[in-house]
Design a protein around this ligand. Structure first.
Ligand SMILES: Cc1cc2nc3c(=O)[nH]c(=O)nc-3n(C[C@H](O)[C@H](O)[C@H](O)COP(=O)(O)O)c2cc1C
Length: 367
């Protein structure tokens, strides 16, 4: 019996297996509104056989986008566009859907990656003034972000809560907060980007304050029976930056605040990062956090092999695995993994004839 294909509860949400589709920005929205690309992309991944589909980083404010083509959830138009997409996906798939709520902080106002991804200057088309905990740019040459004052912090917190209410209205099953990759919440956590001298900077307790306030605001705004989780960068991979010891303390604080799961990524905050990229390279970070909390922990990053994934969840390094590039390359990865382990996976009725002859029981019919 494969652990990868055993069920698990995250909060009140029942997951049929341990495979999650990680959030993936598509840079294909218009004014924050999902386009028909999102229906194609999410529709395809909804049929993957994974247990949970996470919608890309979805900005809670226009200036919280990474690029002008990011998805948002800040007004009725963006909510309606997401509702249209999800209603169509839902018509053909019962996969639970999570949305990653995000604010890019100082890493906003960029061109889309396939056009170079550079920051676009304030006051030019598709560019805007970025905000951050402190007036420190991400890269030399980027414009200086505005340090958020207390009134503006309240505005960002309320924007997260409002987006969570909109997510609930469009029928999203779970919210993940983006606390990783050098975006706003991570910028508060890391001493490299947070040089504040008020109660939101300095000590670890102070640096955790704003992300925890945002968590509390979202938790209060989202229905109590649906989970809210957080994605963290387990380390900045920079000496003197955010590290795994601080991540463990943060994960324990999140758990105490009612966080349903911790999703462990890394890096993205500082250009000086040196990442030892290789198979499962972030799994040791997930393992360290799993040893310190009781809620489910998700590992991600260069997980490509079926046995590799099985080993992560069966040896207890993590409870779940998430896939990004792996599942873009092979959108039916979970089907192939199920066939490999002799497990069962869901298929749309229209594709039931696809089960290979040597795996006649692959599809979980009549679920
Ligand atoms: C196209 C693409 C878009 C991504 N967008 C997001 C995102 O919106 N939010 C996020 O937290 N991570 C994002 N990531 C990172 C992935 O979720 C994942 O953590 C990373 O790619 C490592 O997993 P992998 O080796 O399976 O790709 C993105 C990655 C890719 C390839």
């Amino acid at each position: 019996m494969s652990t990868l294909f055993s069920p698990l509860r995250v909060g009140e949400l029942e997951l049929v297996n341990r495979i999650i589709i990680a959030p993936m920005c598509q840079y294909s929205a218009v004014d924050g509104c999902m386009s028909d690309w999102h229906l194609i992309h999410l529709g395809s991944l909804a049929l993957s056989g994974a247990a949970l589909l996470t919608v890309e980083a979805t900005s809670v404010l226009p200036e919280g986008r990474i690029s002008y083509a990011d998805v948002g959830l800040w007004n009725d138009a963006t909510e309606q566009a997401m509702a249209r997409t999800l209603v169509s996906v839902r018509r053909w798939s019962d996969i639970p859907i999570a949305v990653q709520l995000a604010h890019a902080g100082r890493k906003g106002s960029t061109e889309v990656p396939w056009k170079g991804g550079k920051q676009i200057a304030v006051g030019t088309i598709n560019g805007w003034q970025t905000v951050a905990p402190s007036a420190l740019p991400f890269l030399p040459g980027d414009h200086v972000p505005l340090a958020l004052d207390h009134r503006q912090l309240r505005g960002v917190r309320e924007a997260f809560a409002n987006a969570a209410r909109r997510a609930a209205r469009v029928g999203v099953d779970a919210v993940q907060l983006h606390g990783a990759h050098g975006y706003l919440l991570h910028e508060f956590l890391s001493p490299l980007s947070n040089r504040r001298t008020d109660e939101y900077g300095g000590s670890l307790e102070n640096r955790m304050r704003f992300p925890l306030e945002v968590f509390d605001a979202v938790r209060a705004a989202f229905p109590a029976d649906r989970p809210v989780s957080m994605r963290v960068s387990g380390t900045d991979w920079v000496e003197g930056g955010w590290d795994i010891a601080q991540s463990v303390v943060f994960a324990q604080a999140l758990e105490a605040h009612g966080c349903a799961a911790i999703h462990v990524s890394s890096g993205g905050l500082d250009a000086a990062q040196r990442i030892p990229v290789g198979p499962s390279y972030q799994v040791p970070l997930a393992r360290a956090i799993k040893a310190a909390v009781r809620v489910p922990v998700i590992a991600v990053g260069l997980i490509t092999g079926f046995e590799q994934a099985e080993a992560i969840v069966s040896t207890g390094d993590a409870d779940l695995i998430a896939l990004a590039r792996t599942v873009l390359f092979n959108p039916r990865w979970p089907w192939h993994a199920a066939a490999h382990f002799g497990a069962r996976v869901r298929s749309p009725d229209q594709y039931l004839r696809a089960a290979p002859r040597q795996h006649p029981d692959l599809f979980d019919i009549g679920h």
